[in-house]
Structure formats: C-alpha cells, structure tokens
Design a protein around this ligand. Sequence first.
Ligand code: UGA
Length: 478
Amino acid sequence: MKIIVVGTGFVGLPHAAVLSEAGHEVYAYDIDPQKIAAYESCDRSQIEYYVNEPGLAAAIAETHNRYLFFTTDISEIARDADVFFMCINTPPMRNGATDLSYYLNAAHDIAALLAERESDNRVILVNKSTVPVGTARVLENILKEHGVRNFGVASNPEFLAQGNAIEGSRRPDRVVVGADTEEDFQILRRVYSQFVNHVRIKYVETTPETAESIKYMGNTLLLTYISFWNGVGARVAESLPNVRMEDLKIGVTADGRISTWGSYVSNGAGGSCFGKDIQSLIYQLNQAGASTDLLQAVYNINEYQKTYLVDRAIHEANFNFNQKTVALLGLAFKKRTNDMRDSAALKAVEALLGKGVKEIRAYDPLAMEAAQEYWFNPEKNHLLERITYHESAQEALRGSDAVFISTDWEEFRGLSRTIEKTVAPPYLVIDGRRMMPDYEMLVEKGYDFLAVGSPFLPGKAVVTQSSDNGVAVELEPA
Ligand code: UGA
C-alpha cells in the first residue's frame, strides 16, 4: 500500500517506521523542515531530540529510503496514495475542549490536493490522533466540500504508552478500526494484515464514533484506576493506623481481576494524554447534556495529588518553605522520557514558588533541555529565575533544606545514601513516588520523611553518647 503519515510526532513517527517494516511504501510528512532533516539524517540523537523512543532510530535506519521516506511536500505523492494517517497534535483548550485547528488546517490542505487528483482509486483518511467523537464525520464533510471523489474516512486510535512506542506498534494488544463501508475495512485489513486473525491481538471493526469513544474510555478508565489508588489507597495508608502501603497494594492486586498497573501511588499522573483526554470527554459529555460527576472527581483527585505533598509538608511536618532551598528530582511526567507535558513537577514548582522558596535546584536524567524550554524564560515570570539546573541528583541536593522526588526514575532508589553524604539534618525528604525502600535508615539518622502513602515520619533526635557512658565533665580553667 502507498501510505502517507501526516505529522511526525510521538504518534506519527513510530507508526510510520513500523508500517514501513511491514513492507508498505510509507511517506512520513511534516510541515517542519527541521524535523524532517533530523529524521532523514538517521542520527539517533537528532531523532531523539524530537521523539525519544527506544528502538525508533534503529527502526528508521532499517527501512529509510527503501520503504520509508520523509518529506515536507506531498503534492505529487498524494495523487496515488491509498491511505492517509492523520497523526496531528490536538492540544487542549482552556475550557477542556480539543483544539482541532492544526488538524482542520491539515485536513483542508489534503482535501484540496485530493480534489485535483486524476486517479479515481479509493483513498481513505484515517484519524490516528485522539480526536473528539464525531471528528471522522467532520473530516468526511471537509472532503465532500472540496469535491474529493471516491474517498472513505476511518478512525484507528493509537493506544501506545510513551517509552514503548516501537514495541507497542509491533505487538499491540488491539487494533481498533472504525469505518463505514466494507471496502474501507478491506483496505485497512491490508494495511494491518499481520494483525488480522492474530491469536493474541484483538482486531476490532466498528463504527468510527465507537472507535473514537474507545480511546477516550480507555484513557479515562486508566486514570480512574490510578486515581483510586492515589485518592483512596494512599489516603488509607496515610490516615489510618499501622497500614503499610506496599502490603496493601500486593494484597489487593493479588485478585486476578485487579491490575497492578496503576497501583503505584504517586504525586499525580501526567503526560500529554490523561489530563487532556478526561477534560475533553467531560466537555463532550457536558455539551451532550450527560452527567460527568465521576470523571470530574477523577480529574480533581489527580490535580490535587500534584501539590498536596507541599501542603502536607507545611501542616504535618511544620516545614516553612519561605526562603528555603528545595532540590527537585525528576521533571519528566514519568521515567524514561524527556516529556514534561502536564508533568506533576510543573505543579510542584508552582506550589513551591507560591510558598516563597528561595531556590529550586532541578535535576532530571533526560528532561533538562525540555525543562529549560519550559522555565528558562524569566521575562515570562521573574520567579522562574529561582530555578537552577544541575547535572546530577547529588549536585541538586547540595545546600538544600528539603528534597522533592517527583518522577519514578530508577536512579532515585539509591538516593538515601546520597542524601546522607550530601546534606545533614534537620532536613525534609518529600517522596512523591515511594522511591526509597530504606527510608527508615534516614529517619533513624534524624531526617524527616514525608511520602505519598505513608504518615509523616519525623527524624529521630540524634543523641551522641560517649563510648563508656560516662558523664561529660567540663573543668573550669584554673
Ligand atoms: C497513556 C496510556 O497508558 C496509553 O494507553 C495511551 O495510549 C496514551 O496515554 C495516549 O493516549 O497516548 P502515557 O501517557 O505514555 O500513556 O503514560 P502512562 O505510562 O500511562 O503514565 C501516565 C502517568 O501515570 C505517568 O505520570 C505515570 O507516572 C503515572 N502512573 C502510572 C502512576 O502514577 N501510577 C501508576 O501506577 C501508573
């Protein structure tokens, strides 16, 4: 099949690479020439600057210029393409609605090109990015408006999690195809022939609107489950006596019907999808006059979780942030990515600056560049000058009065030793990810410890005793 993937971000680029592995002739198209030049170079660091996914650069190098081509111009190729995958960013607006302006611009451009083609071959436009229910119908109307002949529209939502895009595309748990005609289903079966009738992969054919809804239902259910653990599990272990968070989690999730994924309590789930999708679904249902109480509660719980540790530090640990220096470890929304979109760290920074901290010493193994793009703009707000950037966790800890762990990077598991070597009590450790299995050692040594899913643990007083238990005597000078 001759396929054009429109938009080469996190969704489009891995999709194009994996489609080309299946022997299709794939054109990855983007209006940004810098991106296209980076991908064409096949240079890993240049590719990862835009999309940081394990295995992506190798996958591109494998099929580039054989089955996979990059371009900023599809005016020729569009003439005889079979399928267009729309992988365009659809950011949220302030009221929760989805901003479709980039998507609609691209749809109009493509429709204008297709209206001019000579061939009468069937062409299908497939929505892969998450778009409100009914968007396939909007696309259909745009194509009609431009007078495009013999076309179909479809919805084929993306279910990948960041950090697993290539493997997830090669072996998805499901492929959902929403279309209107048997002819279009058939074309998409040819695109995904390796997944049709697969023993482990569910290949679901349905209406475009159902396919669009499956994506929203999936993401909001995952966030609901995380929020159950954050809003109920963590509260039980923090507030009721003698409850151990890890045992609670193991005991509950031992039931085969209950997932372990999502039971890792945290200072809030972030990323480019969960927050955006739940807000969009709330907006869509409100517009339709349907009730959204559960979704609204889930959204509120997740937002509350992003800053509540700062409040707990003030009220439970009696910590006064005013003029204090705080090390902030982890800026990305989860480990193994440099993506900071809707990261809990963004809200933590706002809360800390609001409480008057003197300095935030930030460190993340991958997201330092992204962080500086977010924050290194003192003209936007002079408070941003208070954020400093460091090359290691230990550097960030130096001279701080407290540390806030915001991302579940593996390297933070060994942090207690680094803390002990770098900063002395009185000192407050705020663990938003329960990353420190040996926190008791820190408490013994006098460090205060505050974690999601545990009551506050004040550091034990450090008592120095002389080795023979004798009484210290001070003699007056003669
Ligand atoms: C999410 C979904 O998991 C994918 O299925 C979906 O396709 C994708 O959004 C999308 O719509 O594109 P992703 O945003 O990459 O994927 O990240 P997740 O791994 O789901 O994590 C989201 C957030 O939840 C992170 O901040 C993570 O740290 C947090 N999380 C996850 C928890 O706080 N606790 C957990 O137990 C699991």
